[in-house]
Design a protein around this ligand. Structure first.
Ligand SMILES: [Zn+2]
Length: 320
């Protein structure tokens, strides 16, 4: 794959690409889309309805790639999907071109990360030990860990973009492992707080990521999730092509229950500051194990996003 051929801004205005043309644009046309609609990653149901037919690639480019809503739990997810190697190649090499990084991440992006991390540490202080051990999954340039480190925390990051991980290690002197979160080798019960800020919407599959996070969390440890996709879509008027799934406060609660965390709260307050409007956050505490049947029972009691609610939310937010 030659990422130098990727030309994000050269397409004709308002170009609508079919899936094959989109794959050529991002330099990943060697991957065939997987057949059919995947089962819901959250509840396992096999019935999902397309609620939007296209995604936004850039200001000038839209692509035919549907977003579906699970009829059982309400999870929004991109379909069709590709094999994991597609996403591995995309995030190792291509994604940085999309977000405008060159050889190193944009200094303004790094500064924003540092500010968001400081705001997050202050907000979470009532739930945190004075100094603990932090793991940031999908840490980018690592900026969100800086304020934690400066307040005595031991910090480690996981980041698939090799250049961003290298920048975090050299420029910010952070311990960052360059790999995909699905295959990261993490020490057991080693972290008091795991942060996944906007990254769970990008990974190839959340289930192995959250299983590894559960094993790596110390007894009583915490998981902080941020969903950025719907907030970004509301700002841009369309769902972004990078978000493989989109979470709400409800689907975050269900996700935590399924994977062995007790949800403590969800909020749409800007707890990381004002630069990512519309983000939703959830904090959970590690349970001993995921209770069998708890997800189905919770959905049956009514904690779910219905298709009708989801359609109304997308319309209300102006997401076309
Ligand atoms: Zn579902």
């Amino acid at each position: 794959m030659s990422v130098s051929k990727v030309s994000w801004r050269s397409a004709e205005p308002a170009a609508l690409l079919d899936l094959a043309a989109y794959q050529r644009l991002i330099g990943l046309d060697g991957f065939a889309p997987l057949p059919g609609v995947p089962d819901c990653e959250l509840c396992g149901a096999a019935e999902a309805v397309a609620v939007r037919d296209t995604v936004r690639v850039s200001k000038a480019v839209t692509a035919r790639l549907a977003t579906r809503c699970c009829r059982c739990c309400g999870l929004l997810f991109q379909s069709p999907r590709f094999e994991p190697a597609f996403y591995a190649a995309y995030y190792a090499q291509t994604y940085r071109h999309l977000v405008g990084w060159g050889a190193a991440p944009d200094p303004a992006y790094v500064a924003d990360q540092i500010a968001r991390g400081a705001a997050l540490r202050r907000y979470l202080a009532p739930w945190l030990p004075r100094a603990g051990r932090l793991l940031d999954i999908g840490c980018g340039a690592g900026g969100m860990m800086v304020d934690f480190r400066d307040h005595g925390w031991a910090v480690r990051g996981i980041e698939p973009d090799r250049a961003a991980a290298a920048h975090a290690a050299t420029a910010l002197r952070l311990d960052v492992i360059a790999c995909d979160a699905e295959v990261a080798e993490l020490p057991p019960a080693a972290f008091d707080l795991i942060v996944i800020a906007g990254s769970l919407e990008h990974v190839a599959a959340p289930t192995p990521v959250l299983a590894r996070c559960h094993d790596a969390t110390a007894p009583g440890g915490l998981l902080l999730l941020e969903a950025h996709g719907l907030g970004q879509a509301a700002c841009l008027g369309a769902i972004g092509h990078n978000h493989r799934r989109l979470f709400t406060g409800t689907t975050f609660r269900l996700l935590m229950l399924r994977h062995g965390w007790d949800p403590l709260w969800v909020t749409d307050r800007p707890i990381c500051g004002p630069t990512r409007p519309g983000s939703v956050f959830a904090l959970g505490r590690k349970a001993v194990a995921a209770a069998p049947g708890v997800l189905d029972a919770t959905i049956a009691r009514g904690l779910r996003d219905t298709l009708q609610e989801t359609r109304a939310r997308l319309d209300r937010l102006g997401i076309g």
